[in-house]
Ligand binder design. Structure first.
Ligand code: C5P
Length: 278
């Protein structure tokens, strides 16, 4: 069984405070995008995990963690072979690992005749990572709590985007830690964004997009600021950091404009692809 594991972008991200469990309370609107890793799951004689990138073949891979969480929850012992082909940059703030885990959980649940209900599957996903339930949902959503409390957001227009990333990479935990140490105050992008979507006001929606990690990521990885400026000079109506970075994206008028911007960003030496929200 072949599954597409779609990346996500954060249209807004507010870090609202540090919780007793060490995680942060978040308010974020996320959307899946048409950039994906390819995952396959099949029954086999022994448990096997294969990945085209050698550095991702370890037992700490999200695919393996998702498989083990599924087996623990269901009691299933039939071994499986999981194959992963990476296309989503990592760690980038694009939810690549979480998307892979979501694909494995959805895939295994189908392969074994749906032993878990949708709620049980989300709970199992949340044990693997905060963003896994959102990736399993596969729709634009308001994400609260650790990121695992989801409310589907309807009325979102399709956005034509170009995702860009340079040489730098930022592990999520490090960005949260540096953010705390910086003493930054919580941002409030999400409420305004949702109101704008509900009112069907695209201009206000674009104006209210933003990410509370923007300043700390610009300090840790200055090219994030440079890439956002370059996307704007390519005609982006908004240029925003995704998740804990360092991937950024620009929102463009149409597919052609996004494609042209991706080409220009690649000419400037960045990894860039045009895609769309789903
Ligand atoms: O949940 P996940 O394993 O993806 O999170 C990775 C790291 O990001 C956590 O170990 C934690 O340091 C940080 N994190 C956080 N608050 C969240 C989500 C993630 O502090 N809501």
């Amino acid at each position: 069984m072949n599954i597409k594991a779609y990346a996500k972008i954060n249209l807004t991200l507010d870090i609202l405070g540090l919780r007793d469990d060490g995680f942060h309370e978040l308010g974020s609107v996320t959307a899946p995008i048409s950039l994906y890793d390819s995952v396959s799951v099949e029954k086999s004689d022994t448990n096997v995990f294969k990945c085209d990138l050698p550095e991702l073949r370890g037992d700490d891979n999200f695919c393996v963690r998702a498989r083990d969480a599924f087996f623990a929850r269901t009691g299933i012992t039939q071994p499986v072979t999981i194959k992963l082909q990476k296309h989503i940059p990592y760690p980038a703030g694009l939810g690549g690992g979480s998307a892979d885990a979501a694909a494995v959980l959805n895939g295994l649940n189908s392969l074994f005749g749906e032993p878990l209900s949708a709620d049980e599957l989300y709970e199992t996903g949340a044990q693997v990572g905060s963003d896994v339930p959102m990736c399993m949902l596969g729709k634009c959503a308001l994400c609260q709590g650790r990121g695992e409390k989801l409310t589907v957001l309807s009325g979102m227009p399709k956005l034509y985007i170009t995702v860009a990333i340079g040489e730098g990479r930022l592990p999520t935990a490090k960005v949260f830690k540096e953010y705390d140490a910086s003493g930054a105050r919580p941002t409030g992008f999400t409420d305004g964004f949702i109101k704008a979507v509900e009112a069907g006001d695209e201009k206000a929606m674009l104006a209210s997009m933003g990410n509370g990690f923007t300043d700390i990521c610009a300090r840790l990885c200055p090219e994030t600021k440079e890439m956002r400026a370059k996307l704007r000079s390519c005609g982006a109506k908004a240029a925003v950091l995704s998740g804990s970075g360092p991937a950024v994206y620009g929102v463009f008028e149409n597919e052609q404009a996004a494609m042209d911007a991706a080409r220009e960003m690649r000419q400037k030496g960045f990894f860039a692809v045009n895609c769309e929200t789903m």
